[in-house]
Design a protein around this ligand. Structure first.
Ligand SMILES: Nc1nc2c(c(=O)[nH]1)N[C@H]1C(S)=C(S)[C@@H](COP(=O)(O)OP(=O)(O)OC[C@H]3O[C@@H](n4cnc5c(=O)[nH]c(N)nc54)[C@H](O)[C@@H]3O)O[C@H]1N2
Ligand SMILES: Nc1nc2c(c(=O)[nH]1)N[C@H]1C(S)=C(S)[C@@H](COP(=O)(O)OP(=O)(O)OC[C@H]3O[C@@H](n4cnc5c(=O)[nH]c(N)nc54)[C@H](O)[C@@H]3O)O[C@H]1N2
Ligand code: SF4
Ligand SMILES: [Mo]
Length: 747
């Protein structure tokens, strides 16, 4: 009999529920894995990557002890007391000398772990740290900014299960997922003659292979293509005029532009046959229910924020919001995307969306003598030395800091540059959860109990932050003692005591995560879930009707929060925490007058400038367009560092069209030199007729140093050795990783 234990996959934001059998010599290996049918969102689904998770748990470069950098750059092991004392002392010295806002926080969670970010709020507040960022500021901030201004809400999600027309723009969900049970949903769309799957991608991706209509856009041509589609919608009267009249402002200005565009010219500039553009636009315009999703292919590309705006126009002009099969605004566990851009970064004045400094300006905010520069940095569950554009410059910036502290499970590229490295338990050695569930009308949440006892050395982030806050003097034993006493008296007394403490004293309010973690009585397997009590209390105050429909009703938010919290603890395979109704969506539009704002002056101006401008001319020295960082079968950012986990494409080949390869005189598996204005690398090629001519693609997450036989060894190319930080969106600073001018030569 197999002893299946519930957990979740940590390799993409779907976090499919898994069941795992432990085994191996020490009983700590993840030997058998399968999808967990009881998980309310994934329902037993899992892709091929999940089966290889033992490579994460047993990485050879796992950190087992705190490390301190020596003067010669090497590391020495230190004990936890020394590490916490010295880190707290160094960071508080930076705070006292230059102000807490010179301490920058980066990360807080990857694809499977968002509890660290919740605990880190206590440390950040103890330090007075204000500025922060994460990978979201190199992908989603353009979409959030546009969403916030048009809807008063950063983002929507789409109901691909029930739509009759599905549109993916720069998104390959066959591999990258991001929607529950992606392959099941895609196959359902593809096999049903009554439904239409439309894919906009320069490459004939696995998703495009399933599509009814593949619009094989010229790389970077999406603004033209979406304009062409919008032009057909307006010129052929396929818009939803009743919806436009009832719910939008500013339509006239947008429609005036679209009445004047030449669909034929747009199609030419986009590199797509005009008949196909018209066919796709008609399918979109006559859809009963349109669902759409834009992702990195456009969000990390030229005109990215403009494209997010044009995409929103397609959704709103067709009235594809607030009905089954269209777009929705789900109830989320935390409001992690706020959208608004009310202030700008302290050194270069970059627009800050959702509270996140654009990743591409971080180096500029450090490498300067500006008095407001960042002097120290706390990096947690992220690898910015590898994942942010221009690795060379990021390394220079990270090395220029007074203090760099990295909390990670493994010796990452960023940890190698740190003054202190603090080892964290893996995501199977502690309770974990993410805040990336956006399903509608039912949304789910999954607190996974720990699967394995922690090993000696690493600590959960909750414990690390608690110790740091204690060492900083932000939480004292005198604060904790009464709460412990209340916990002894029972849950009622505890709830009242903690609520009274955090509401009466702002200092304690700031330390709520630590107070909860230190004093709540919880089983060891879910101890790190303590912070969720505060999270669900906020939810109970904000989204009571949605919680009530999921079975967590009541007039007193404290009682509702307690019931939901207990249900979370008692649901090791996840639970439905919110049930919405479609009419809720329109009621959630949070613009001042409750209407969708279609005319955004700055984006309209950029759009008109594009339409009136001449075509870009490629630099003859760099005739190829490189997409640096494609999602493939065995890529998962830098979560799994061991290259042997990759069952396919072990070396991370450069994909190139066979005709282009022939022109260069290179054959399959041969090496080429790939050069951009920023760097150069040698890489083997994979000939693929899925690539259009002139377009080449490198996978993401490769080029990691890893101890193999004969010493540290990097497999494949680290994509950001080839990207430049100035290549970014003019509005929100998102990088153009998918559109890097490159040269390919025989090596
Ligand atoms: N297997 C796997 N899955 C993952 C991840 C992973 O590392 N590996 N990472 C997760 C994360 S963090 C994210 S953000 C998502 C990202 O998910 P996706 O955005 O789907 O991932 P990418 O493969 O980077 O880019 C998508 C597509 O953009 C296309 N593209 C390139 N240039 C253009 C262009 O000019 N126009 C258009 N329209 N398309 C273009 C590429 O051909 C590619 O098919 O994936 C998540 N899922
Ligand atoms: N050129 C190019 N660059 C890109 C992209 C691209 O397409 N092209 N994609 C971008 C995107 S969309 C994203 S999301 C980012 C991803 O890049 P990052 O946000 O930097 O994150 P990851 O690569 O996921 O790194 C996760 C880190 O967390 C560590 N880790 C794993 N588990 C735990 C844990 O439990 N606790 C702690 N403390 N650490 C843990 C891992 O060892 C690893 O060092 O990359 C971005 N960079
Ligand atoms: S990689 Fe994503 S889709 Fe695949 S099993 Fe893991 S969470 Fe699910
Ligand atoms: Mo991402």
């Amino acid at each position: 009999m197999t002893d299946w234990k519930p957990t979740a996959c940590i390799l993409c934001e779907c976090n499919c529920g898994l069941e795992v059998e432990l085994g191996g010599a020490d009983g700590r290996h993840l030997v058998k894995l399968r999808g967990d049918k009881r998980h309310p969102s994934s329902q037993g689904y899992a892709c091929e990557k999940a089966h290889r998770l033992d490579h994460y748990q047993h990485g050879r470069d796992r950190l087992t002890t705190p490390l301190r950098r020596r003067a010669d750059g090497s590391f020495e092991a230190i004990d936890w007391d020394t590490a916490i004392r010295e880190v707290a002392a160094r960071l508080s010295t930076v705070r006292d000398t230059f102000g807490g806002d010179s301490i920058f926080y980066y990360g807080g969670g990857g694809q499977g772990n968002h509890l660290p970010g919740a605990y880190a709020t206590a440390t950040r507040r103890a330090l007075g740290s204000r500025w922060r960022s994460s990978a979201l500021a190199q992908e989603k901030t353009g979409e959030f900014w546009v969403g916030d201004r048009m809807m008063g809400v950063a983002a929507t999600r789409a109901d691909f299960e029930h739509c009759d027309v599905a549109l993916f723009i720069g998104k390959n969900p066959w591999h990258s997922h991001s929607i529950p049970r992606a392959r099941v949903t895609l196959k359902g769309l593809s096999s049903d003659p009554a439904r239409t799957l439309i894919v906009i991608d320069p490459r004939r991706t696995e998703t495009a292979e399933l599509a009814d209509l593949h619009l094989q856009v010229r790389p970077g041509g999406d603004a033209w293509l979406l304009t062409g589609i919008l032009g057909v919608l307006v010129q052929e009267q396929l818009t939803d005029s009743a919806f436009i009249a009832a719910h939008t402002n500013g339509a006239d200005e947008v429609l005036a532009v679209l009445r004047g565009v030449s669909v034929s010219e747009c199609s030419t500039r986009a590199g797509v046959d005009e008949a196909l553009v018209r066919q796709a636009a008609r399918a979109i315009g006559t859809a009963k229910a349109l669902s759409s999703f834009e992702d990195l292919g456009v969000q990390m590309n030229h005109h990215s924020t403009l494209v997010s705006y044009l995409h929103r126009l397609i959704v709103f002009l067709t009235g594809s919001l607030g009905r089954p099969g269209t777009h929705a605004i789900p109830t989320t566990m935390i409001p992690f995307a706020t959208g608004g851009a009310k202030y700008s970064s302290p050194v270069v004045g970059a627009r800050i969306v959702s509270g996140l400094v654009p990743c591409n300006v971080i180096a500029d905010e450090i490498l300067t003598d500006h008095p407001k520069r960042y002097r120290a940095m706390l990096v947690e569950a992220a690898n910015p030395a590898h994942s942010i554009a221009d690795s060379q410059r990021m390394r220079e910036a990270l090395s220029a800091l007074d203090t760099l502290v990295v909390i990670d499970v493994a010796m990452s590229e960023t940890a190698r540059l740190a003054h202190y490295v603090l080892p964290a338990c893996t995501q199977f050695e502690k309770a974990e959860a993410t805040f990336f569930n956006f399903d509608f009308p039912k949304n789910t949440f999954h607190l996974r109990p720990r699967l394995l006892e922690p090993m000696a050395g690493p600590l959960p982030e909750a414990e690390i932050h608690a110790r740091l806050c204690e060492a900083l003097g932000a939480v004292t034993e005198a604060d904790l003692a009464p709460l412990r006493a209340a916990a002894d008296a029972g849950p009622e007394a505890y709830g009242q005591a903690i609520a009274a403490a955090v509401m009466s004293d702002p200092r304690l309010g700031a330390q709520a995560p630590v107070l909860l973690y230190r004093t709540m009585k919880l089983p060891d397997a879910v101890k790190e879930g303590a912070v969720l009590l505060g999270v669900v209390l906020r939810l109970a105050m904000k989204d009571a009707p949605s919680l009530a429909r999921a079975g967590f009703g009541g007039d007193d938010p404290l009682v509702v929060a307690k019931a939901l919290f207990e249900a979370i603890l008692a649901s090791p395979s996840g639970l439905v925490f919110a049930v919405d109704e479609w009419p809720d969506v329109m009621a959630r539009i949070a613009t001042p007058d409750g209407r969708l704002q279609l005319a955004l002056a700055d984006l309209l101006e950029a759009w008109k400038a594009l339409l009136g401008g001449t075509a870009d001319v490629a630099d003859a020295a760099f005739p190829f367009v490189l997409s640096a960082g494609e999602r493939r079968s065995f890529t998962a950012n830098t979560i799994i560092r061991d290259p042997t986990w990759r069952k396919k494409d072990a070396g991370g080949a450069l994909r190139i069209n066979p005709q282009d390869a022939k022109g260069l005189g290179v054959g399959a598996g041969e090496a080429v030199r790939l050069t951009t204005k920023r760097g150069s690398a040698v890489v083997t090629v994979e000939l693929s007729d899925t690539m259009q001519r002139g377009h080449v693609a490198l996978p993401n997450g490769l080029g990691l140093s890893y101890p193999l036989e004969g010493g540290d060894h990097a497999t494949g190319v680290a994509p950001n050795e080839l990207t430049a930080s100035e290549d970014r969106d003019p509005f929100v600073g998102t990088p153009w990783h998918k559109h890097v001018a490159a040269r390919v030569e025989r090596a």
